[in-house]
Design a protein around this ligand. Structure first.
Ligand code: ATP
Ligand code: MG
Length: 569
């Protein structure tokens, strides 16, 4: 590609709209342009990277025996009514009507359409297992689209769905996809972890996320330093304290705590550590009332765990001010479990406290020296909190560390959720009709592009790993416009490299070398060749890797071989 024919606008300024590095660099490098919130156009350079990601995914999906299909982006509401998700899905689902007033959705995912295909095409157990995949545009009306293409509303996903006659086959299909994902992300040179994940509303038996490790990631992951345990914090179990609770030593006392509504304020005001104070949250119950969730002041509520508790509404909802008032006689800020008129769950760590501080269910008042069993009934206890750095690993080996990740893939054993609702059956060996089992496997194609940049950049720009680079080599001739020999040599080298299958960005623009160098670094082309008059006389050109500090002189005659070896290595 000749740069002179490539209308690409790079900028030095950091765009104000971009919070994370990848978004900033993608805008500065002219890879993407915003069209509306969470909706982007991919310009030529950016699209080349998307295609690289897709290519690796296709190769590995095909190698794993999956079959590529292409389903429509716009789907009839009937299929969603059949699965029950027309009602369940909520405002992330973009709904629309055609000219006949018929309801449609723009697909946020394709379980319904693929299950419809399966029930029509698959008749016999002999046709199973089968795995259909596609690479296609999705639309989700995200509450908070942000970080550019990382959390867009329109984005490209690879989604795959497998169909099986029995559990063992579903587990084998899942394992095959897991292995394919490891190969793909390894080939993309991402630093990733697979982690146990919540199966959410979908249920099902097994689920793992593939998380690219990056400080800007939206997900918190708990990783054990003692063994291979890794789980999304949403799911990671907090081990219950092993020490017995201390015996009460203090008398119960009411203390005035004017305006002390937060644990931090309260702890400072009373001179009591945060972990000795309780926080009490009221959430909606399934029966229309409320449930109290009690945590140590230094711990955070885990909504995914809490909404699975018996009697707690799922999804979790904080109780209304009126409901709080009815149950406690007070307002939030001074809530406590003593005398509360509703069911109470205390986190294991909160239940293990003695002589604690909690709200008195009255404005500007707290209780001090409170003890379970003595001053209020023993509560039901449960795992309600997020694990924190230093917690023991649930496997009993080592301690947990919390790291941040970007979810680039998610694999699921779905079971019969969709096949049952949509009556997707085949005949088994004895001619009986059986409902198929399913697995589903997603990858955020466009999110991977951003995730790779989060892991590969410096203050000057992007640093692409070879397999994702939009071009392998940037060829920068010096003084091209004035020197005929340089132009002739550069043209020849460009042709030679291209003929050898090397993807070259040939910077033949009439621009200063400094501009060309800066652009090459911003765009993140991994290998740079500089050809000047002096080098030409010596029969060489300068090579530098994007990560290297120094140039190497390479004889012109062996440049192509040299680059090919670099790309193979
Ligand atoms: P998240 O928790 O990030 O919202 P999800 O659980 O909703 O993800 P899935 O439904 O499993 O995601 O979709 C499969 C993959 O699609 C995800 O692993 C992620 O890489 C990608 N993805 C999901 N939502 C978005 C989005 N809004 N923008 C870009 N990629 C996305
Ligand atoms: Mg989502």
């Amino acid at each position: 590609m000749r740069f002179s024919q490539y209308p690409i606008n790079t900028t030095k300024e950091t765009p104000a709209e971009a919070e994370v590095t990848s978004h900033q660099l993608m805008l500065r490098a002219g890879m993407i342009r915003r069209v509306a919130a969470g909706i982007y156009s991919w310009l030529p350079l950016g699209l080349r990277v998307v295609r690289k990601v897709e290519h690796i995914i296709r190769e590995e999906m095909n190698r794993a025996g999956a079959l590529e299909i292409l389903m429509p982006a716009v789907q009839p509401a009937e299929l969603w009514q059949e699965s029950g998700r027309w009602i369940e899905y909520g405002p992330e689902l973009l709904r629309l009507k055609d000219r006949h007033e018929r309801d449609f959705v723009v697909g946020p995912t394709h379980e319904e359409v693929v299950t419809d295909i399966a029930r029509r095409e698959l008749r016999s157990y002999r046709q199973l297992p089968v795995n259909f995949y596609q690479i296609q545009t999705k639309f989700r009306d995200e509450v908070r689209p942000r970080f550019g293409v990382m959390r867009g509303r329109e984005f490209i996903m690879k989604d795959a769905y497998s169909f099986h006659a029995d559990e063992a086959s579903m587990a084998a299909g899942y394992a095959a996809m897991r292995a394919a994902y490891v190969r793909m992300f390894t080939r993309m040179q991402l630093n990733f972890r697979s982690v146990q994940a919540d199966t959410g509303a979908i249920g099902g038996s097994a689920s793992e996320e593939f998380q690219v490790l990056a400080d800007s990631g939206e997900d918190a992951i708990a990783v054990s330093d003692g063994d291979g345990f890794a789980a999304n914090v949403e799911l990671a179990p907090a081990a219950a304290p092993t020490q017995a609770r201390a015996v009460p030593a203090q008398a119960l006392e009411k203390v005035a705590t004017p305006h002390m509504k937060t644990i931090a304020d309260l702890s400072a005001f009373l001179g009591v550590p945060r972990e000795q104070c309780l926080k009490t949250l009221l959430v909606d119950a399934t029966d229309g009332g409320v449930v109290a969730l009690v945590l140590r002041g230094d711990h955070e509520l885990n909504p995914v765990k809490a909404q699975k508790l018996k009697g707690v509404a799922n999804p979790l909802r904080m109780a209304s001010a009126a409901a709080v008032k009815a149950a406690s006689g007070s307002e939030p800020g001074f809530l406590g479990p003593v005398g509360l008129d509703c069911p109470i769950y205390a986190d294991h760590a909160a239940r293990n406290l003695a002589d604690f501080v909690c709200g008195a269910n009255a404005p500007d008042l707290h209780l001090q020296g409170v003890n379970w069993a003595r001053d209020l009934p023993e509560p039901a206890s449960a795992d309600l909190r997020n694990v924190v750095d230093g917690d023991p690993s649930p496997t009993g080996k080592g301690q947990l560390r919390i790291v941040r990740g970007i979810e680039v893939g998610h694999i699921f054993q779905l079971g019969r959720k969709y096949s049952q609702a949509m009556n997707a059956t085949v005949l088994d060996e004895s001619g009986q009709s059986i409902t198929m089992l399913m697995g589903c496997y997603g990858i955020g194609v466009t999110r991977i592009v951003a995730a790779s940049i989060e892991q590969n950049h410096d203050e000057r720009g992007i640093i692409w790993p070879d397999p994702l680079a939009p071009f392998h080599v940037v060829l920068i001739p010096l003084n091209l416009q004035k020197s005929a020999p340089v132009r002739a040599a550069a043209d020849a080298l460009y042709a030679e490299l291209a003929a050898a299958g090397v993807e070259v960005l040939y910077d033949d623009r009439d621009a200063r070398p400094g501009v060309k160098f800066a652009d090459a670094e911003l765009l993140g082309i991994p290998h740079r060749l500089v050809l000047g008059e002096r080098g030409l006389q010596a029969g060489s050109c300068e090579y530098r890797h994007r990560r290297a500090a120094d140039n190497e002189d390479i004889p012109l005659a062996s440049v192509t071989r040299f680059i090919k070896a670099k790309l193979a290595g």
